[in-house]
Write a protein that binds this ligand. Structure first.
Ligand SMILES: Nc1nc2c(c(=O)[nH]1)N[C@H]1C(S)=C(S)[C@@H](COP(=O)(O)OP(=O)(O)OC[C@H]3O[C@@H](n4cnc5c(=O)[nH]c(N)nc54)[C@H](O)[C@@H]3O)O[C@H]1N2
Ligand SMILES: Nc1nc2c(c(=O)[nH]1)N[C@H]1C(S)=C(S)[C@@H](COP(=O)(O)OP(=O)(O)OC[C@H]3O[C@@H](n4cnc5c(=O)[nH]c(N)nc54)[C@H](O)[C@@H]3O)O[C@H]1N2
Ligand SMILES: [Mo]
Length: 763
């Protein structure tokens, strides 16, 4: 079971992103999964009008798609779902859960698609097959004995708008809203921070804005791995002469160069397009200071212009009409010292001046960002700084301008739109009450961190998981794993086996569902589902592949099955009718959210999707002050702890062969790593300081000052181009090291991008 032993190879990768490397990587996975013929059909239809929406990332689906509108990693995700391998009841007769707990994440999922509903049998330590109705009845009977407010109803951002709406409605009708989703570990900082600053919890830009911007500033996102279709957009921008300035501790290949694997000429000539015109390797958590430097230079340039009577650098009119607290922010910037800025950013003043120069010259700027901003203790301050920078020159609410968070899961944003939230103020309480005639709960539910606390303390009595791998994705893995086996009941709706499923507590259920690529036949015929992308566009998706097993149910059918077994009947919520015809669920969504979903069924197949709208995009600010708000940061770096001799900032990363906790393979092509994930990336200077060399094995221990020992051993030192004091390794393996209370302060996103650690040599 040891991962890729003997095949480990680490070296520099010289290729661009895309290109032949991407073809080879895909071919390998296709061989491993022995793909079915309908994979090609699914890929041909991927991300196209009336087609099927990719299960990988949430990047926009253009109205005029490429002939093949998919990427290497989208194709891997499709192949992974449409594998011909199966995990049948027979599989479980051969393996106890004690044995399966020794399997790596990769092997568990690679075993194939789950086919039958299963219940854990403690006598044999195995899962045994059960019938669906038997499962629903038993789950319902148990859940009815519990206090709903003590049960977590998690969801991972892949579930459709229809499933998500039904799931959230079920929770609220049951009397609770413990509805954490993967967004709580991801872009919740965006949902909270952007809402506070500009009144919109999501990107203000749409895909077309990239056609008219003239500069893109990028903070902490890994495009080639996590949203590769965005590379087409970036390539077009670079060719148009758009300046792209990237801030990232690692030199991520996709932000450097790209060869389009779908362009025969580029593939033959192999001449890559340069993506970033500047690349700044700041320290982990250094964004606040890097952006502060840019803002300081911009404000001081404006001060000089004003004094000289020349054209202003700031958008004075915008600042006066549309913002609050500018003066406070400007005073803070003017008084900031360059010594502090350069030390905390880990960049030279010249580097920051070069970036500021691009910012000041550009008329239309988009600021792209990902987990490098959101997953920090002071992630909100980094995000506020990014918004401050945009506000200075009116770069919000005009074509080609605005914040551009790149969301994670394909429908993570949509889940929030249709009620998956633990926050009462985001739930349409009055509408729900009126439409479905019940009393929705108003007490705030648990988010991810609060759910973990309740699981660890034993307060949580049950856990339902609509997709995902909560146990593996969350921080504090040691304590969480221990506590997981004390859960009185856990119910897992999933497609493939993962670690959350095999650490049983009291009653443990595994309920396999159809994947999005698959034909979903219900009483009224083949069903479509829908999802929302990172630009707030909503699309229909029709699966056509043959289901992995004819014993699978769809997510809506499983949710309805459990809901009916738990709740008393309510004539206003016809679960069976909804399962028979998802267009009726969409009618219910439209009635609940008439502003966003008018004529939902009529518009869902529109090419390019329909836009749910965004007030900040036309400068209507739904903030507390009614204006866009400048915010002064609370510290000069977002890591949230002080530098100390021997303490490092650990960045936990995704490899190119992974989808979150799904490990497709052990290579990370762009980073030159082959055959292993047990590495710690470190620069020469830090290696010298520690007296270690490339290939040495070390342990990492958490340096959190809370007295808890958290250690991961057997990590291989890997020489890497990183700023001093910043090291990196892979998520989810390193989740042992992330303390639960090390999270973004307001949004509660676990701070996986700056974990305080020490390196134990001779481990
Ligand atoms: N193939 C594939 N696609 C995916 C996923 C996947 O696992 N695989 N996951 C999906 C999900 S759920 C999400 S949320 C997204 C995640 O996509 P990203 O937002 O790209 O997340 P990460 O891979 O965690 O990478 C974060 C980037 O931030 C950089 N970084 C780390 N710390 C800092 C910092 O302090 N400052 C700056 N400026 N940069 C920093 C890292 O070097 C890295 O390049 O991708 C989605 N798409
Ligand atoms: N240290 C650290 N921790 C992190 C992160 C990090 O960067 N660093 N990133 C965080 C982020 S951004 C996220 S989003 C979370 C991810 O957390 P999750 O979303 O919980 O995890 P995934 O790995 O995406 O879930 C994979 C599982 O989903 C199930 N699945 C797949 N497709 C379907 C489907 O169609 N329906 C259903 N019902 N189930 C399906 C399969 O059983 C599969 O095993 O992890 C977070 N944790
Ligand atoms: Mo995510």
């Amino acid at each position: 079971m040891a991962e890729g032993e003997g095949k480990t190879k680490i070296g520099e990768y010289h290729g661009a992103s895309g290109g032949w490397g991407s073809m080879k990587s895909l071919a390998y996975i296709m061989g491993q999964e022995k793909v079915r013929p309908d994979v090609l059909d699914a890929l041909r239809r991927q991300n196209k009008p009336e087609g099927v929406m990719c299960v990988s990332c949430s990047w926009g689906k253009p109205a005029n798609p490429h002939i093949a509108e998919f990427c290497e990693n989208g194709a891997k995700a499709t192949v992974w779902e449409l594998t011909s391998q199966r995990v049948t009841p027979e599989f479980f007769t051969q393996h106890t859960l004690t044995e399966l707990r020794e399997w790596p994440d990769h092997d568990l999922e690679q075993a194939g698609r789950l086919t039958h509903p299963m219940k854990y049998d403690p006598a044999t330590d195995k899962y045994v097959a059960v019938g669906w109705q038997e499962a629903f009845d038993a789950i319902g009977a148990k859940l009815r004995t519990l206090d709903p407010k003590k049960v977590v109803m998690y969801s991972s951002g892949r579930a459709s708008l229809e499933s998500s709406f039904m799931y959230a409605l079920f929770a609220r009708m049951w009397g609770q809203q413990n509805l954490p989703d993967s967004s709580n570990m991801c872009h919740e900082t965006t949902s909270v921070g952007l809402k506070n600053a500009i009144g919109s919890p999501v990107a203000t830009i749409q895909l077309d804005d990239y056609n008219v911007c003239d500069a893109i500033m990028v903070f902490g996102q890994n495009v080639a791995t996590n949203s590769p279709r965005m590379l087409h957009t970036l390539r077009d921008c670079a060719k148009r002469g758009v300046e792209i300035v990237t801030f990232n501790p690692l030199r991520e290949r996709g932000w450097e160069s790209f060869v389009d694997p779908q362009n025969p000429l580029e593939m033959t000539v192999g001449k890559p397009t340069r993506i970033s015109s500047q690349y700044h390797q700041l320290r982990a958590g250094g964004d606040i200071s890097a952006i502060l430097g840019i803002c300081k230079l911009t404000i001081e340039a404006d001060d000089r212009a004003k004094a000289a009577g020349g054209p202003r650098v700031l958008d004075q009119h915008f600042i006066e009409q549309h913002t609050v607290r500018f003066e406070e922010f400007a005073t803070f910037c003017r008084s900031a010292s360059w010594d502090d800025i350069t030390r905390e950013a880990g960049l030279t003043r010249e580097a920051i001046e070069a970036a500021a120069d691009v910012y000041m010259k550009a008329e239309r700027v988009i600021a792209v960002y990902g987990m490098g901003i959101t997953q920090h203790r002071l992630g909100m301050d980094s995000l506020y700084m990014l918004v401050n920078m945009l506000l200075l020159r009116g770069n919000v609410g005009r074509p080609g301008t605005g914040p551009g968070p790149v969301r994670g899961h394909s429908n993570v944003q949509g889940q929030r739109t249709v009620g998956i939230t633990e926050k009462t103020e985001l739930a349409p309480v009055d509408r729900l009450k009126e439409l479905f005639e019940f009393e929705p709960p108003t007490e705030k539910g648990w988010d991810t961190v609060e759910s973990c606390r309740a699981i660890i303390s034993g307060e949580c009595q049950g856990f339902i998981q609509l997709g995902g791998n909560f146990l593996r994705a969350t921080p504090e893995h040691g304590k969480m794993r221990e506590a997981w086996s004390s859960l009185p009941i856990s119910v897992h709706v999933g497609t493939k086996l993962n670690k959350s499923h095999i650490t049983p507590g009291g009653d443990t259920w595994l309920l396999p569902c159809l994947g999005r690529m698959e034909h979903d036949q219900q009483e009224t015929g083949r069903q479509a589902v829908s999802m929302e992308d990172t630009f707030s566009h909503i699309y229909g998706s029709v699966g056509k592949a043959k289901p992995a097993s004819d014993t699978l149910l769809s997510e809506p059918a499983i949710i309805a099955g459990i809901a009916k077994a738990v709740l008393p009947p309510n004539p206003n919520v016809p679960w069976d009718e909804w399962v028979g015809d998802y267009s009726k669920v969409r009618d219910a969504i439209e009635n609940t959210y008439p502003d966003k979903f008018a004529n939902f069924n009529g518009r869902m197949m529109e090419p390019g999707g329909f836009w749910k709208g965004n007030p900040a995009s036309h400068r209507k600010w739904e903030t507390e002050s009614g204006k866009a708000e400048f915010n002064v940061p609370r510290a000069l770096n977002s890591s949230g702890f002080l530098d100390k001799e021997g303490r490092f900032r650990l960045v936990t990363l995704r490899s190119n062969d992974q989808y979150n906790t799904t490990v497709y393979g052990y290579d990370d092509r762009f980073r030159g790593i082959k055959g292993t994930r047990e590495v710690v990336l470190m620069c020469n200077a830090d290696m010298a300081k520690l007296g270690v060399k490339d290939g040495d094995l070390v342990a990492l221990e958490s340096d959190a000052e809370d007295g808890v020992e958290r250690v991961v051993e057997g990590l291989r030192i890997t020489r890497y181009d990183l700023p001093e004091g910043t090291i990196a390794g892979y998520y989810p393996e390193l989740n042992f090291l992330v303390p639960l209370e090390h999270h973004a302060l307001e949004s509660h996103v676990p701070a996986g991008k700056s974990v305080p650690v020490r390196v134990r040599v001779n481990a």
